[in-house]
Design a protein around this ligand. Sequence first.
Ligand code: NAD
Length: 426
Amino acid sequence: MGEMLHAARGRMHRAAEHVNVDTELVTRLDYPAETLAASVPLRRDDGSLLALKAWRCRYDSTLGPTKGGIRFHQSVNADEVQTLAFLMTMKCSLMGLPFGGAKGGVQVDANDLTLMEKERLARQWVRRFARIIGPDRDIPAPDVATGEQEMAWMTDQYNDLLGSICPAAFTGKPASLGGIPQRTPATGHGALIALQAVRGELGVGDGPLTIALQGFGNAGAWFATRAAEAGHHIVAVSDSAGMVRRDDGLDVDALRAAKRAGGSVTDTKQDGVERGDRNDILSARCDILALAALGGVVTRKNASDVRCKAILEIANGPVAPDADDTLRSAGVEVVPDILANGGGVTISHAEWAQNRAGLPWDSTHVDLYLKQQIEKAASKILDMMNEKKIDMRTAAYGVALVRLCDAISARGTHADFDPNRAGAKR
Ligand code: NAD
């Protein structure tokens, strides 16, 4: 087992000490049900051939078919994919969804690929992993450097292999292929709903908040847009190229325009903007430090540098487990990823349900569902925090564990750990 998964599941065991669950059931969640590793060949436009490393982990399917994104990034590895699949298992349980957790990825720098190469890679990924995915088994979605377009190619390739049309095998598709338009903004929008639902625990008062944001991709940019619309001030934003700061608030639309035109928020032309190194964002003075880039950015080494009152984890795992104690003793509450970014998978569930039923959800229904699921999960977390006097992350894992362990126990002592896998053998 990798170090990252080992550290991540330590948080689950910490939560288990505070809730009434059987330790034997919790240990069944220590390891993934299955991880498929594959070499994915990619023919480049210049004729050369790359052999890329790729993985799909289906961590646990007790609550339903497994669900999780696919990322294209140079740092993807088996340990990271399994850790992210573990997080998805906890998230789907916390959010009350009928899904288990999964994750997939390809070790590749997506910025180095042309559009045609990305399409070939998306299709090749499906050819390699089709045997473990499907609407009743494992349903991929977008993640870092993948989006609607990749999901469209993947769905098309899956349909080709299947010889029939199966839109529910992927979520995050364009609306024209059965997707839900609010899926793309859902993660950022959901993060704001989560922040508002738990802000009473964060020591930030009632007024507009000052927010520093790391990462201005899909999740980060939508969070910034929704937060600015709600009257909060985005005082600093970073992406992989650098950081911009303006104490009375940045114009989010101008940041989006700069990103579209020049590829980075640092290209923005607003008056009074200071520029800095991308890592300066972590020590920006603000109420909320919103982390929407990659995992493991706040660690034991830099946790004492943060100058915020609370952290909002929009990315998966941006606060490494070894930073927990430092932040806790500094009184910095963390709104955990499994709540803060749960909006994406919630609307993915709506998309899957819409595709399965063949009946569209109207946009009011979608918005209401997002708000209800996040507020319900937040309220369970707040109840547990107050009852057990524990931090927000431990309470979130506690809520997730209770639901999961109830289901593991209901299936009985002799149940196969993964019914989908058993089906595959027949
Ligand atoms: P994305 O690829 O659209 O955006 C990533 C952003 O992070 C980019 O702006 C990039 O420039 C920036 N970045 C990369 N390295 C950086 C660094 N060192 N410093 C500052 N910025 C840096 O990805 P996304 O879909 O927005 O996902 C971001 C995070 O949110 C990931 O952890 C992902 O797993 C998580 N997440 C995304 C969704 C979703 O629906 N997109 C759902 C749940 C969780």
